[in-house]
Design a protein around this ligand. Structure first.
Ligand SMILES: C[S@@+](CC[C@H](N)C(=O)[O-])C[C@H]1O[C@@H](n2cnc3c(N)ncnc32)[C@H](O)[C@@H]1O
Length: 219
C-alpha cells in the first residue's frame, strides 16, 4: 500500500519511522511519503492560511495549495481521508476497510480547519478519532495509519488480530509473562496449568468482566 500524507508540518511524522511501521516500510509492504503542502503555494511568501470570510477566530488553510498538493499525488484508485472532528468516528471496522485500498492520501488540517471548497473539488472522507479537538490532523492521521497498517498482510501476525480487543466484540483479557511471581503477586494458576480449554474459559470470563466494567456499551 502507498500512503501520501499532505501536511504543513512534515517534521511531526518521525514516529512513523520506528517499530512495526518501520519494519513494514523496510520490507516494502508499506510506502509512506510525507509531502509539504507549503511547496504548492503560489503565494510569493508561500502563505497557506488566511482569515475566514464572515469573521471568527483563527485562520483557515487556503484552498489553492491544498488543491494542487492533492492533484500532485492523486491517482484513479486513490482514497482521500481528511481527519476532522466532523467526521464519522474511527474504529476497527473503518481501519480494516481503509487497509484494502492501494493508495491512501491523508490531508492534515491545521489552525481552525480548511476552506470548505476542497470537499467540493475532491471526494474526501472525513474521519474523527474521537469527540475532542486537537490542534491539527497530523496526530489523527498517524493514529489512523498506525491502526489500518495492522490489517495489511505481513505487518503483524494474523493471530494477533484475532485475539485482541474489539475483534470479538469484547475487550482483551489480562495477560502475564515471566516471572510467575513478582513482589508476592502470582500469575493466575490456570495460565500455568497447560489446560488449554480451561485457559480459554478463564480468558472469556475475564474478557466479559473487563468489558462489563469499562465498556458496557459493547455488550
Ligand atoms: C483545531 S482543529 C479545527 C476544529 C474545527 N474548527 C471544528 O470545530 O471542527 C484543526 C484540525 O485538527 C484536526 N482535528 C482536530 N480534532 C480532530 C479529531 N477529533 N479527529 C480528527 N481530526 C481532528 C482536523 O484536521 C482539524 O481541521
Amino acid at each position: 500500500m502507498k500512503i501520501d500524507i499532505l501536511t504543513l508540518f512534515p517534521e511531526m511524522f518521525t514516529p512513523l519511522q520506528s517499530s512495526i511501521l518501520k519494519r513494514a516500510t523496510d520490507n516494502r509492504i508499506l510506502e509512506i511519503n510525507v509531502i509539504n503542502i507549503r511547496d504548492f503555494s503560489l503565494d510569493k511568501h508561500k502563505k497557506c492560511d488566511d482569515y475566514p470570510f464572515g469573521g471568527g477566530a483563527g485562520m483557515l488553510m487556503t484552498v489553492q495549495p491544498l488543491y494542487d498538493a492533492i492533484k500532485s499525488v492523486k491517482q484513479e484508485n486513490s482514497k482521500i481521508v481528511f481527519p476532522s472532528p466532523r467526521g464519522k468516528t474511527f474504529n476497527q471496522k473503518i481501519a480494516k476497510d481503509l487497509s484494502t485500498f492501494e493508495h491512501l492520501i491523508f490531508v492534515c488540517g491545521h489552525y481552525e480547519g480548511v476552506d470548505e471548497r476542497i470537499f467540493q473539488l475532491y471526494d474526501i472522507e472525513e474521519i474523527s478519532i474521537g469527540d475532542y479537538v486537537l490542534t491539527g490532523g497530523e496526530l489523527p492521521s498517524m493514529v489512523i495509519i498506525d491502526t489500518l497498517s495492522r490489517f495489511i498482510d505481513g505487518v503483524i501476525s494474523e493471530e494477533s488480530l484475532l485475539n485482541e480487543s474489539f475483534s470479538n466484540g469484547l475487550l482483551e483479557y489480562p495477560q502475564y509473562t515471566r516471572p510467575a511471581e513478582f513482589m508476592g503477586l502470582k500469575v493466575p494458576e490456570v495460565l500455568l496449568s497447560g489446560n488449554h480449554q480451561e485457559v480459554e474459559k478463564w480468558r472469556k470470563e475475564e474478557s466479559l468482566k473487563i468489558t462489563k466494567k469499562n465498556r458496557i456499551d459493547l455488550l
